[in-house]
Ligand binder design. Structure first.
Ligand code: PLP
Length: 438
């Protein structure tokens, strides 16, 4: 086949090909924050529109029958890498493809997939990797719905699991991996920092353990939920993870106005997950993808500002007489925290803007504080432009048994806070006044 027919058959594919100038100026490789304004989109293919239009269509017209056949080979996985052209909106669409190109840029990943929610991304990942009798090895605790998905839903289909605590040492991880290796381990699944303990997982140790215990084709991939720190403050592909999972609902979306998810990583694993997504239809819709393209243009601005604000607010809270402790990654030092501080230094670029505030007292004090906040809103979720505060023991973790709550440090005096991009001194004034009401 000649190059011309290849190009012709690939139909709408050229729209996806970013112009080289979008990646480089001379020898200078552009930074993600620059590339978010245009990468992956060619205005000449959309009437010169500076911004990509929202493509509200359920299906796409093929240039000819041979192209249609070729695109379906991509959709069904006969040809790896996904369809080269557009087919049907359960498989792909221009807005989602541009979004995926840009999501991969932040972590220099080979490929990325967009999903309708963080949970649909995680569910599609699991469904594409496991079969009855397999084991998932995971760090704990995980996001509550992820734990439910593994234990109560996949468990019904004969999938087993084994876990190690988020801060586990190499020896502790080895012990769990060796035990799991007597069966077929399909996936190693991590979440760091863990919610709501903020405990970091040593991804380098997990990778070393995996490589020592599993050999050849038996190596289960390492996936990690990086929602709390990614992609600015932690990039776990660099520590040896192969897949990174996101709830884009949080920092990436960043305005508390959408629900979406993604998985980024190497082409081979992404192809496997894409096949499952094509089958079950967990892709995000074009409007949400468009909103995320807008969000990504300010991702670094928003996360940097939120991170700076959190550092100032935590510094204020740390010294306050009504505060018992502030669980903020930026405060990790020696002593009891030495192991966590070491992981933090090796894995993290920043401390994030979501932290745990332990007040002196119990539920009464925590509720009085929450009910007195004026700028910070009383709501679960995180990573938005606005500051949010919530009470894990009485809200997100209400149904967790008391013994497990105690083990995880989910006490009645714990308040979770996600700092936004407001003025830092206004936030400090809000917290100062609310503490007076305690
Ligand atoms: C919110 C969240 C999820 C789930 O994401 P949704 O977009 O709500 O489906 C998964 N993991 C973590 C760490 C989260 O914070």
């Amino acid at each position: 086949m000649t190059d011309e027919t290849e190009a012709e058959l690939s139909g709408a594919a050229p729209r996806r090909r970013p112009k080289p100038s979008a990646e480089k100026i001379g020898n200078r490789k552009l930074k993600p924050s620059t590339m978010m304004m245009g990468y992956g989109y060619d205005p000449t293919l959309s009437e010169g529109s500076l911004k990509p239009p929202i493509f509200l269509t359920s299906t796409f017209v093929f240039p000819n029958a041979a192209a249609g056949k070729r695109h379906f080979e991509g959709v069904t996985g006969k040809r790896p890498g996904g369809a080269e052209g557009l087919v049907y909106s359960r498989f792909n669409g221009p807005n989602q493809e541009i979004l995926e190109d840009r999501l991969a840029v932040w972590e220099e990943a080979e490929d990325a997939l967009a999903f309708s929610s963080g949970m649909s991304a995680i569910a599609t990942l699991f469904l594409s990797m496991v079969k009855p009798g397999d084991t998932i090895v995971h760090s704990g605790p995980l996001y509550a719905a992820t734990e439910t998905l593994i234990a109560r839903i996949l468990g019904r289909f004969g999938v087993h699991w084994l876990d190690f605590p988020a801060g586990a040492t190499r020896a502790e991880i080895d012990a769990v991996m060796s035990k799991a290796a007597t069966g077929n381990v399909a996936l190693i699944y991590l979440e760091s920092p863990a919610n709501p303990t903020n405990a970091l997982v040593d991804v380098e140790a997990v990778r070393a353990s995996r490589d020592a215990i599993f050999t050849g084709a038996n190596k289960p991939p390492i996936a990690i939920d990086n929602t709390f720190l990614g992609p600015i403050w932690a990039q776990p592909l660099k520590q040896g993870a192969e897949l990174v999972v996101y709830s884009l609902t949080k920092y990436a979306g960043g305005h508390s106005d959408l629900v979406a998810g993604s998985v980024v990583g190497g082409k081979d694993h992404i192809n496997t997950i894409r096949m499952m997504r094509n089958t079950i239809g967990t892709i995000c819709d074009p409007n949400t993808a468009w909103m995320l393209l807008r969000s990504l243009e300010t991702l670094e601005l928003r996360m940097s500002r939120a991170g700076e604000n959190a550092a100032k607010v935590c510094e204020f809270l740390k010294g306050h007489p009504k505060v018992e402790k502030v669980g903020y990654l930026g405060f990790l030092e020696g002593g009891d925290d030495a192991r966590q501080a070491d992981i933090y230094r090796r894995h993290c670029i920043g401390a994030g803007s979501t932290f745990s505030l332990y007040l002196k007292g119990g539920e009464t004090e925590a509720f009085a504080f929450l009910d007195s906040l004026k700028i910070a809103k009383l709501a679960v979720s995180l990573g938005g432009t606005e500051t949010l505060a919530s009470h894990p023991a009485g809200m997100t973790h209400l149904s967790v048994p008391q013994a497990r709550k105690d083990a995880l440090g989910i006490s009645d005096n714990l308040v979770r806070i996600s700092i936004g991009v407001e003025d830092a001194d206004d936030l400090i004034a809000d917290f100062e006044e609310a503490l007076k009401a305690v």
